[in-house]
Design a protein. Structure first.
Length: 203
């Protein structure tokens, strides 16, 4: 039976997914973790066949963690499970060694199919991401209207608090937007984000 570890900080999703996987008679969950540091420790103790990995964690990015996992545990198949449906993020994580990419709105049957597929050394993508990857070229970056608005304010040098006041959102929401923009553009930090946005004329 295929062994699975789930790394995600949303408890309800993890509980539901664990139940679905265990009831499939195809795979079983041997561990879960809610942070990258927790996941590192768990994998050192018990190595699964498949790692279901989210992208956003309080202590780091699943995109970079994917590279780390493939270097340390080349036998683990990494199957990304996320809400991010952007081409640039999917492309980066696949380039970093992931074997599959599934959106969190997928049916549990699709997750099970993904687990089976990656264990056959094949790439698995949910339908939405598969269509997205086929349609869009590597150099294209799509920003939502809200992301473009916030990126302009970041470029203009406004702080998270000042941006929050201007657009009537919480500071935590602005921090999340900023983190996602950095991830989407593949920037190392806010300074690099600003430089890339200007160079690529994204706003």
């Amino acid at each position: 039976m295929i062994t699975v570890h789930i790394a995600d900080d949303h408890r309800m999703l993890v509980e539901g997914l664990t139940l679905s996987v265990n009831e499939s008679n195809i795979a079983k969950v041997i561990g879960t973790s809610s942070s990258l540091s927790e996941c590192r420790k768990a994998l050192d103790l018990q190595t699964p066949d498949v790692l279901l990995l989210d992208i956003n964690f309080p202590d780091g990015s699943g995109v970079d963690f994917c590279t780390e996992i493939k270097q340390k545990f080349p036998g683990i198949k990494v199957l990304i499970l996320t809400t991010h449906n952007e081409y640039s993020i999917a492309r980066r994580v696949m380039d970093n060694g992931a074997s599959g990419y599934i959106l969190k709105n997928a049916l549990s049957e699709e997750v099970i199919a993904g687990i089976e597929t990656v264990m056959e050394d094949k790439i698995f993508m949910c339908d939405e991401i598969d269509i997205l990857m086929k349609k869009r070229s590597e150099n294209q970056i799509w920003l939502t209207v809200r992301e473009q608005e916030l990126l302009r304010l970041i470029i203009d040098g406004y702080t998270n608090q000042e941006i929050a006041d201007k657009v009537y959102l919480s500071v935590e929401t602005i921090k999340t937007y900023r983190k996602n923009l950095i991830l989407k553009l593949g920037a190392k930090n806010s300074m690099a984000l600003v430089r890339m946005a200007i160079e690529q004329k994204l706003v």
